[in-house]
Design a protein around this ligand. Structure first.
Ligand SMILES: [Zn+2]
Length: 448
């Protein structure tokens, strides 16, 4: 019988497909379990049907205007074609020989020769920095039509507030801040050099440490390079939020305001960071646009993420995803999929970097339903926590309806898109959850 490792190597596509098929089922199981589970002592245990919830939904369901439909269609078209365009760009970059020419130029500029001995050794850190910077600039130019398309769309519908110059400055900073990733790539090449068979294991360990570092520093060091963060100014809303945090047992938690309005008018809030950098961030647009009860409903949901340590769970799932990717990469790296194509002559070629980027983009596309399923599960938990903490289900339902009416989000996106990319339950589902909560806990309490 063929050993498992050999089987994986020879039947690679089948093994990957079966693994993904099994993982795809995972979110279905966890969601089914969640629906049947009592999550809080406040929740009524009887799972009786709620006859008046259905009729009440229509009262809270948002009106989807022709303007909203046009906005959703255009943004969906931009997002889907933009992803295909990106994959096409990566493939063309490799297949057209631009990637190989860029490698020769980098070697020529840094070493005065473009070929040869360098192939049998891992590239230097300077080579990697130069190559990934040139590669990032090329892909930025390739993606420019779609980026500009999004900027036009957001401005056209009255959401975008950023100038083209501001966008260019954001992109320059983005390209500069990706340069430190060269350290990780350099270490990956080194592991491959020292242990050509099991290189992916130490690389995974190192990559995981890198991810942990990134999750911790991102809110403290990286995010402030793009936005300004401040404490909530003294106000009735600050008092109400502090009381909510106290009731949740997180009076110490950092709650900050982000100047989102420099780029967009969309309302939002989020939880980010791990350990010393854990924080709840409210967009200034939210404070400007929403009434107090809806802000509290939103913050209650975010406290649910904070208390549930959801950023930590996301870090865990990113580490598992990285391990799966590196394992898959180790299986194909010596096959004809990679070698002797696109001018790749050795695993130490710089062209391996865009080739691995293409592999990563395909991997991310294939695993998106798993990632989205996990995210929807965490969002349902945060919704549930927020409803119990704030106890304002009608404000929650109006908040969700507002995402459709004011921000023009689709309350019922096409099923396949929701399955593949839906990071949250649909707005329709979230409004129904809030109204079911009201009927279980508030209306039921009153009629007793
Ligand atoms: Zn959330």
């Amino acid at each position: 019988m063929m050993p498992f490792w050999q089987l994986c190597k020879h039947r690679f596509p089948v093994v990957v497909l079966i693994t993904f098929a099994l993982l795809l089922l995972l979110p279905c199981f966890t969601a089914a379990q969640k629906r049947g589970k009592v999550t809080s002592p406040l929740q009524v245990t009887a799972s009786t049907s709620l006859p008046h919830t259905t009729s009440a939904i229509s009262e809270f369901m948002p009106h989807v205007s022709a303007k909203a439909i046009a906005y959703q269609r255009t943004s969906r078209w931009l997002a889907i074609t933009g992803k295909i365009w990106y994959l096409l760009g990566l493939w063309l970059f490799l297949a057209s020989g631009v990637a190989a020419k860029m490698q020769s130029s980098v070697r020529w500029t840094l070493h005065g020769r473009s070929d040869l001995v360098v192939r049998s050794l891992p590239p230097s850190l300077f080579q990697i920095v130069a190559y990934i910077t040139a590669f990032a600039i090329t892909m930025w130019i390739w993606q420019l039509p779609f980026d500009l398309g999004f900027i036009w769309l957001e401005k056209h519908y009255g959401f975008g507030t950023q100038s083209i110059l501001g966008y260019v400055w954001d992109s320059v900073r983005g390209i500069i801040f990706q340069a430190p990733a060269a350290l990780l790539y350099r270490a990956g090449y080194e592991m491959l050099y020292r242990n050509p068979l099991r290189w992916w294991m130490p690389t995974w360990g190192l990559g995981s440490a890198g991810l942990l570092f990134l999750f911790v520093i991102q809110p403290m060091w990286l995010a402030p390079m793009f936005n300004h963060y401040s404490s909530l100014p003294a106000s009735p809303i600050r008092q109400a939020i502090s009381e909510l945090a106290r009731n949740a047992g997180i009076a110490h938690a950092e709650i900050l305001v982000e100047n989102t309005s420099i780029r967009s008018k969309h309302v939002n809030a989020y939880v980010t960071g791990i350990g010393p950098s854990a924080r709840i961030v409210i967009n200034d647009t939210t404070l400007a646009a929403l009434p107090q009860d809806q802000i509290l409903a939103m913050v209650g949901h975010e406290i649910g993420h904070y208390k549930g340590r959801h950023p930590m769970l996301l870090l865990g799932s990113s580490i598992v995803g990285l391990g799966m990717f590196l394992w898959c990469l180790a299986l194909v790296i010596d096959s004809d999929w990679f070698n002797y194509k696109w001018g790749i002559h050795s695993n130490y070629d710089l062209i391996m970097l865009p080739a691995i980027s293409l592999a990563a983009a395909i991997f991310l596309f294939v695993q998106a339903p798993i990632e989205s399923g996990i995210s929807r599960n965490l969002e349902r938990r945060a919704d549930d926590y927020g409803l119990h903490l704030v106890n304002e289900p009608e404000a929650t339902a109006r908040l969700m309806a507002g995402f459709a009416e004011r921000d023009l989000a689709d309350p019922d996106p096409p099923m396949i898109l929701q399955f593949w990319y839906g990071s949250h339950p649909t707005l329709h589902e979230r409004i129904t959850t809030a109204l079911e909560y009201r009927d279980r806990h508030i209306n039921a309490g009153q009629s007793r």
